[in-house]
Design a binder for this molecule. Structure first.
Ligand code: FES
Length: 156
């Protein structure tokens, strides 16, 4: 990766980590889940407000985590607004593959929202630090649990 691009990505991640977006508990959330990273004990709560078509009208979070987990939750909650639960699941699968698979090819996500993918690529640098993959995916695992009706999940 070019140094300038890496610096830009780090800047964006640091900004989300320091000034997290959607860090609140919405009154009208229709589902929520608690997600735990057993490696460090950090926990996030993800709140989603889905309409009758399973489209995410609002997404927010609270909890304690490292800069990467908070930045990821902040970016995820921004990305998810307006997406359907199915689109959210697809993005999670794509992001997980991006962070873990050597054979990952970005063209596999050509059916996904391009802006969302661009933002997820910024976080995919955790692939070089496997222990950090759980940090980056904690919010996504938790979102998936909330959509599926499970109120507790972990990155294990
Ligand atoms: Fe706990 Fe990253 S160190 S989530």
């Amino acid at each position: 990766m070019f140094d300038e691009l890496r610096d830009l990505y780090q800047e964006v991640i640091l900004d989300h980590g320091k000034n997290p977006r959607n860090f609140r508990r919405p009154e009208d959330a229709t589902c929520l889940a608690h997600g735990n990273n057993p490696v460090c004990g950090d926990t996030l709560v993800i709140y989603l407000t889905l309409d009758s078509d399973e489209r995410i009208q609002d997404a927010a979070f609270q909890g304690q985590g490292c800069a990467i987990s908070v930045a990821s939750a902040s970016m995820m909650t921004d990305i998810l607004k307006g997406k359907t639960a199915t689109e959210a699941k697809r993005l999670f699968e794509g992001f997980h593959n991006m962070c873990t698979r050597d054979d990952f090819d970005i063209s596999q996500l050509s059916d996904c929202d391009e802006d969302a993918i661009d933002r997820l690529v910024m976080l995919s640098g955790v692939k070089e630090f496997p222990i950090r993959v759980k940090c980056a995916t904690l919010a996504w695992h938790t979102m998936q649990a909330a959509v599926s009706g499970d109120e507790e999940t972990s990155t294990e």
